[in-house]
Design a protein around this ligand. Structure first.
Ligand code: ADP
Ligand code: MG
Length: 397
């Protein structure tokens, strides 16, 4: 069940095509929203079809689909796949009429399996070929684009995309649209904020989250399917959706559970209305999320905890091994912490599954899941930081 967002998609297309004045989307559109709020769904199910309706050739690639692989290769493959769909009929036509006559000789020489490899064609050439073959602008959507910054190869790919954009676009004529999404604004900032960043100077927009119209839509469905429940208490459901961080999947799960005749025994036993059950389930999910983060934190060794604490406290200002950081680690662990010890802790944090720490190819560190920052801030504000519990070591040798 997909709740479509056509007007947001249309608005974005207008911006990308450069039809509204004073917007820099034609230089690249950078979108941020937390995990599981519907970014990939929107990009694939709303934005891509709308771009295609406008006659634009669309390439979509999610860098998290295969996080261990070279982002440059993933991007190249995605371009290659779309290129091939255009190459089929054209290749035949070209043979019949002569390559030069249709002006795509260069495009046809591209070996789609070698795009982006040293011996193959470059991303720019491939994108230019796609533009020529499709006879239309090209939109490249890179989902979870910040992941490209974790390897030198990924950084190179981003630089190559910027160069492709500069070569293909003219003032007033957008031939290559770049759309980059990410789950963490701070990490995405590294694509646009530093002088040496691939897209220096571009700005990041928040992708609007699903809101009241989504809740209204679901309320409509419920009232149609279960007329005996009408009128549904929409504000109460909207509150539950907020509590769930506007993550649609969890909300739909909670609704399903609350409406199910075999639902949750300890809540439905109280004979409450289903809206109240949804609220209970939402709170419970929130508690589970927090407990998960708490136990993830509590199982860490003391130096690792201190490093995570420092990262949470410092945010983008975090420096792992400067004098103040080492002093902080020593203070929190109650013993001297050397640079080597801190490095070892950092490696352990990166190697955990799932990884707690994100590292860029340039050696910048950040908390992997941005939701942890919220958790930290809430606890800090409530005076319940740091979490205490069974300390590490108590049940080990
Ligand atoms: N517009 C929508 N309507 C209904 N469900 C949605 C919608 N967008 C997302 N979802 C649900 O939420 C889940 C997470 O969405 P996803 O697009 O993967 O989020 P993100 O890419 O931000 O992590 C999806 O699996 C889907 O079940
Ligand atoms: Mg996604």
């Amino acid at each position: 069940m997909h709740f479509p967002r056509p007007s947001l998609a249309e608005e974005m297309c207008e911006a990308l095509q450069g039809s509204n004045l004073f917007n820099d989307a034609p230089n690249g559109l950078f979108l941020a929203a937390p995990r599981r709020t519907g970014k990939s769904t929107f990009l694939q199910a709303d934005l891509k079809p709308e771009l295609e309706r406008r006659g634009i050739a669309v390439v979509y690639v999610d860098l998290w689909a295969a996080p261990q692989r070279d982002p440059g290769e993933l991007i190249a493959e995605a371009i290659g796949a779309v290129l091939r769909t255009h190459l089929g009929p054209i290749a035949k036509a070209a043979k019949a009429s002569g390559l030069e006559s249709i002006g795509i000789a260069g495009a046809l020489k591209i070996d789609t399996s070698k795009i982006g490899r040293p011996e193959g064609s470059t991303l720019t050439e491939a994108l230019r070929a796609l533009h020529l073959l499709a006879k239309s602008p090209v939109a490249l959507i890179v989902d979870e684009a910040q992941h490209s910054l974790t390897s030198a190869a990924g950084e190179d790919a981003m630089t190559a995309l910027k160069s492709a954009r500069d070569q293909l676009n003219r003032p007033g004529q957008v031939n290559l649209m770049l759309i980059m999404s990410g789950s963490d604004r701070d990490k995405q900032l590294r694509l646009v904020n530093a002088n040496a960043a691939p897209f220096y100077g571009s700005s990041i927009k928040h992708l609007p989250l699903l809101g009241d119209d989504f809740v209204t839509h679901l309320v409509g469905l419920i009232e149609r399917q279960r007329p005996e429940l009408a009128p549904v208490d929409q504000p109460q459901l909207a509150w539950a959706f907020q509590t769930l961080g506007q993550r649609p999947q969890f909300f739909i799960d909670a609704l399903g559970q609350a409406l199910s005749p075999f639902g949750d025994a300890d809540t439905s036993a109280k004979g409450q209305r289903f809206e109240a059950l949804v609220e209970v389930l939402a709170r419970r999910r929130l508690d589970q999320d927090r407990q998960q983060m708490e136990s993830d934190y509590l199982v860490l060794r003391p130096v690792e905890q201190a490093v995570v604490w420092r990262m949470l406290e410092q945010g983008p200002r975090f420096r792992p091994y400067d004098v103040e950081a080492l002093r902080f680690y020593s203070e929190k662990t109650g013993g001297p912490v050397t640079r080597a010890m801190a490095q070892k802790a950092m490696e352990a944090l990166r190697n955990r599954q799932p990884s707690l720490v994100w590292k860029s190819a340039r050696g910048e560190y950040a908390i992997d899941d941005a939701a942890m920052h919220q958790w930290y801030q809430q606890r800090a504000a409530a005076g319940t930081w740091p979490p205490t519990g069974p300390q590490w070591g108590s049940d080990e040798e």
